[in-house]
Design a binder for this molecule. Structure first.
Ligand code: NAD
Ligand code: UGA
Length: 465
């Protein structure tokens, strides 16, 4: 096996592949990194001149792309050539929930992982270290190993080849991806081949302290990723369930979060109340964990984790219901301004955004919506609703605005869905004349200082108090 890694390939130029490889390129100038994808448009955008229009918006990303792209970081559609030249290949493809067949609605669809493994098996040359970066069910490394050692694929181009498979899950969160990658809490490497582990570890040691790099067996590493996401989501569902008790009792969820979070055993992070967690992974990874439990006949364990998801949907429904109730029991033909559409601030990602289901509920109730998000493109919002709504009349009820002011024109209520910084700075006195009376604000993120807003002008509902 080679003693040094010179060429890295990453399959998948998405939210993980793009930023994580950019940071390796930034920290390891002597390694050439090529990120490949089957999506030609995406690669074109990664290579585009306009750094404000990269496929992924992350604070700090464009600066690294400017520095490294074309120097030691490349984006390409040429899978065959890149794979054949690489010493190490990261698999960062998407692993969505299966939508049909056995395990539909719960199990991960591993078709993209399998396809990547087949491409690697076909085109790799010499010894190649294959690194699972995607989030996958436990034992996927076994599947990858079996595909890689398939004789037929080897005979296809008759090259002498061998592989080591490692698990190296990614823990970055969107919106803080670059900072998370530069200062990770830990790097987790699972595997059996100590030389391969050492070579991957050496790459991270360029910027991560050695004590933060931990190694485990393959299955612990694969499972830890699912468990980390399940625990994080569990905290959110816990505090969201408490928000409803606060509203009924006069307690304030922000005060409760602060009070319990100061207990060092509980900790203060991930106790922010909200409209339910979104993002591409929490739901998918918990479903994956549930499927795994059911597969091993751990029915009670599966039920325990299911509850985290059901509280999450309940929180979203609860908010839609409160809006209808506060607006005299009907929102038919009323206009509601939706501020924020991404699943959290500082990202343009809308996957599983709670805004989607809440907007669908409001449309179902007959409301007109004016949606504004500072980073999500108009076409992306249109694409989502064109897919979700079959009725053309309902689609016409959605208007995508170019600014907060435009979105608030003739509106009955403002619904804050994403905690964008811009929304904290809204001058409410200037918004009031644009709206119809009575004017409502629904703050699902607790970002407003309600004491500073004129209660003679606005009715305010702020979650968890
Ligand atoms: P993504 O959809 O943004 O990107 C995946 C990319 O892989 C797509 O561009 C797709 O075209 C490409 N792809 C699929 N099959 C391919 C193939 N055979 N060859 C070449 N390219 C192929 O997904 P993502 O958000 O980057 O997530 C990737 C994985 O990382 C998932 O398993 C996810 O659970 C995990 N993860 C995501 C995050 C996150 O914040 N998004 C964080 C940690 C882990
Ligand atoms: C999450 C994890 O934080 C990452 O460690 C993990 O790598 C990633 O999933 C993944 O596997 O994809 P991400 O989904 O990008 O990252 O963002 P989070 O900051 O975790 O937020 C997820 C959702 O929970 C958002 O909708 C957010 O608004 C919500 N949230 C988060 C709360 O409602 N309250 C909180 O206190 C924290």
């Amino acid at each position: 096996m080679k003693k040094i890694i010179k060429n890295i390939c990453c399959i998948g130029a998405g939210y993980v592949g793009g930023p994580s490889m950019a940071v390796i390129a930034h920290k390891c100038k002597d390694i050439k990194i090529t990120v490949v994808d089957i999506n030609e448009e995406k690669i074109k955008a990664w290579n585009g001149d306009d750094l404000n229009n990269l496929p992924v918006f992350e604070p700090g990303l464009k600066e690294i792309i400017r520095e490294c792209r074309g120097v030691n970081l490349f984006f390409s559609n040429e899978l065959k050539k890149t794979i054949s030249e690489s010493d190490m290949i990261f698999i960062s493809v998407n692993t969505p929930t299966k939508n049909k067949g056995i395990g539909a609605g719960k199990a991960s669809d591993l078709k993209y992982i399998e396809l990547s493994a087949r491409e690697i098996s076909k085109y790799a040359e010499g010894h190649t270290i294959v690194v699972e970066k995607s989030t996958i069910p436990v034992k996927t490394a076994q599947t990858i190993k079996e595909i890689l050692s398939s004789q037929k694929e080897k005979e296809l181009n008759n090259k002498n080849k061998s592989f080591s498979v490692l698990s190296n899950p990614e823990f970055l969160a969107e919106g803080t991806a670059i900072n998370d990658l530069l200062n990770p809490d830990r790097i987790l490497i699972g595997g059996e081949d100590s030389l391969a582990i050492d070579l991957l570890s050496k790459i991270y040691e360029n910027w991560v302290p050695e004590k933060k790099i931990i190694t485990t067996n393959l299955w612990s590493s694969e499972l830890s990723k699912l468990v980390a996401n399940a625990f994080l989501a569990q905290r959110i569902s816990s505090i969201n369930s408490i928000s409803a008790i606060c509203e009924s009792t006069g307690a304030d969820v922000a005060e409760v979060s602060k009070a319990i979070g100061m207990d060092s055993r509980i900790g203060k992070n991930f106790l922010k109340v909200g409209p339910g967690f979104g993002g591409s992974c929490f739901k998918k990874d918990i479903l994956n964990l549930i499927y795994l439990c059911e597969k091993f006949n751990l029915v009670e364990v599966a039920k325990y984790w299911e509850q985290i998801l059901s509280i999450n949907s309940w929180q979203q429904k609860r908010i839609s219901k409160i809006i209808v109730e506060k607006l005299f029991g009907t929102i038919s033909e009323k206009t509601i301004t939706v501020l924020g559409f991404s699943f959290k601030a500082n990202t343009n990602d809308t996957r599983e955004s709670p805004a989607i289901d809440i907007c669908l509920d409001l449309i179902e109730e007959g409301a007109n919506l004016n949606i504004y998000d500072p980073k999500v493109e108009k076409q992306e919002i249109e694409r989502i609703f064109n897919k979700k709504l079959k009725n053309k009349i309902e689609i016409k009820k959605i208007n995508i605005s170019g600014s907060v002011k435009e979105a608030c024109l003739n509106s009955d209520a403002i619904l804050i869905m994403t905690e964008w910084e811009d929304f904290r700075e809204i001058e409410w006195d200037k918004i009031y004349p644009l709206m119809r009376d009575p004017s409502w604000i629904f703050d699902t993120r607790r970002i407003l200082n309600i004491e500073s807003i004129d209660h003679n002008k606005f009715n305010i509902w702020s979650i968890g108090r």
